[in-house]
Design a protein around this ligand. Sequence first.
Ligand code: FDA
Length: 401
Amino acid sequence: MQQFDSIIIGGGAAGLMCAAVAGQRGRRVAVLDHANKVGKKILMSGGGRCNFTNTFVEPDNFVSDNPHFCVSALSRYTPFDFIALVQSYDLAYHEKTLGQLFCDHKSKDILNILLAECEAGGVDIRTRCSVESVERLTGEGPVRFKLATSQGTFGCESLVIATGGPSIPTMGATGYGYQLAEQFGLALTERRASLVPYTLSGKRLELAQSLAGVSLPVRVSTDRQSFSEALLFTHRGLSGPAILQITNYWQPGEGVEIDFLPSESIGARILQWRESGEKAELKTLLARLLPKRFVQAWLAINPELEQIQAKPIAEMSKRDLAALEQAFHHWSCVPAGTEGYRTAEVTLGGVSTDEVSSKTFETKQVPGLYFIGEVLDVTGWLGGYNFQWAWASGWCAGQYV
Ligand code: FDA
């Protein structure tokens, strides 16, 4: 049996951080990953430049059945701690927007930092290592878990599950962490793909297809939350940061409301145009505020709007203005679904935080067993929040495993 103090299953963002911290504490640590290389989601993140954290991280940016669970870890390992690590390697980075920090060069630079930190902690990283079974040993002695793997048998005192969520299965993502949680009798919350584009059907799909490639700033809302960012029409439905963000707060079957002109009132603008004696057609005037293709498509979405667009603005009635207000500021849409785990950035839900200490990340029922990162029921917004959760939970657990 190959014996370690701590074994971490999953060499992603959280697992590598935890391994480095524990290794540098003097623990003998192994990371077991079934993929051919570690950190694949880091490599593909942020369009190849890894949006590695966000300077505005707050607990409110995370979704969980227990919204308080993340508070402790996020306050003990902050974005500025990760930025200090990045700076200690002289890595060039920049803020893109909304506090989102990206590497100037490649995501690989972030992975290289984690690998260097693991090396400094003497961490043994095993790739292409499939875990076949995990057994809890109840006898005396330091070995509390025995793992049968494709690279032989391993034993450890602390076992950390850092297998992430099942989004992008082609990158080696699995739901193995949930399976292990079930094996140990731990509760899971409902899970689904999130930070993911919507699919549409019927007339709405035709509309989206006719506008595929058009992007515009919007405000998208559910009863619980709203986001003002860009929306992108696609051949399958709706995408763009505003849409991805709202999926963290959306239930299948529910509608979302979209304001396509969030920075002003279409009614007030038309009255202004009327007062200043504008003679141009409505669609020409609206094209000053919105993409032309969008305006044309939107004025054709129902017969009432089609009639309005032919009227001079001086003749528009209150009812016409209300119809325009409804169509441009309160478009309601029930998505057919999402593109699912194939393209989702994260999994919403996971191992219930009731099962885990928010200080150590050790499970309350199984001493020595830890869960960190995305496998837990903690999901961040788009924009560097999910990596910050991985770093913070990995760093905290690394102090105890
Ligand atoms: P992560 O998924 O990183 O790691 C899990 C590891 O476990 C993997 O190495 C996997 O191979 C391994 N594993 C899985 N099953 C196993 C098994 N059965 N046996 C052994 N090993 C197993 N976030 C952000 O903050 N900024 C960003 O820019 C992006 N961009 C982004 C782009 C794309 C395309 C995706 C899919 C995701 C993002 N994210 C993101 C989200 C972010 O990548 C994600 O939340 C973190 O990687 C989660 O870190 P974990 O360590 O928990 O899991």
